[in-house]
Design a binder for this molecule. Structure first.
Ligand SMILES: CC(C)(COP(=O)(O)OP(=O)(O)OC[C@H]1O[C@@H](n2cnc3c(N)ncnc32)[C@H](O)[C@@H]1OP(=O)(O)O)[C@@H](O)C(=O)NCCC(=O)NCCS
Length: 169
């Protein structure tokens, strides 16, 4: 099921057949460098995939989606919208992760901007955040290019993070 399109990307619901491609992404230590839990096993990847098959179970309009390069039909990463409770606030995060061979072409920024537009126009959301490792400069840049600014630092069970946010009028 299609969620949204940008110039070069199609974002659609994850399907069971995405397991191998998702595992390639999640088992790559370079891609997972800024994720405290590190790489995932095939079984952990399967569990996450199954959790998101119909959107986020408690918020089906949100979730992680497959990012497909329209030109080739290839699965190049996963992006989406994730719900969190932070400092007793309900927050929605734009999430993005691409295979490293696709980095540096503006694709994550294109995805994040498309997701922000979708969140506003289709879901009526007025505030979005990104939770980022302090050292993840590429991700901070993507958040900034999407219109976010630094709001605060925080700490959760996975460790410290910086929170970038944007209000959509
Ligand atoms: C973060 C990530 C999605 C970026 O993907 P991408 O497609 O390369 O991003 P874009 O090309 O759209 O933009 C990246 C920007 O960061 C900049 N950048 C990249 N590496 C950088 C670094 N080490 N220091 C500073 N800026 C950097 C790029 O120059 C670019 O900015 P520009 O357009 O002004 O030149 C990708 O690196 C990734 O999947 N990382 C692993 C997963 C991850 O960390 N996700 C974020 C979790 S919060």
């Amino acid at each position: 099921m299609k969620i949204l399109e940008t110039e070069r990307l199609l974002l659609r619901r994850l399907v069971p057949e995405d397991l191998d491609a998702l595992y390639t992404l999640y088992s790559d230590p370079i891609v997972r460098r800024y994720f405290p839990e590190g790489t995932l096993t095939l079984e952990e990847t399967r569990e996450e995939l199954e959790w998101f098959l119909n959107g986020h179970p408690r918020h089906p309009e949100l979730g992680l989606w497959a990012a497909i390069l329209k030109e080739t039909g290839q699965f190049i990463g996963r992006c989406g919208l994730l719900p969190w409770s932070i400092d007793d606030q309900f927050e929605i995060e734009i999430a993005y992760m691409l295979g490293k061979e696709y980095w540096g072409q503006g694709l994550a920024s294109e995805a994040a901007q498309g997701i922000a537009r979708y969140a506003h126009e289709q879901l009526g959301l007025t505030r979005l955040i990104c939770l980022i490792d302090h050292d993840n400069a590429a991700s901070i840049r993507v958040a900034t290019k999407t219109g976010m600014t630094f709001e605060k630092e925080g700490f959760d069970d996975k460790g410290p993070y910086v929170l970038y946010s944007m209000e959509i009028p």
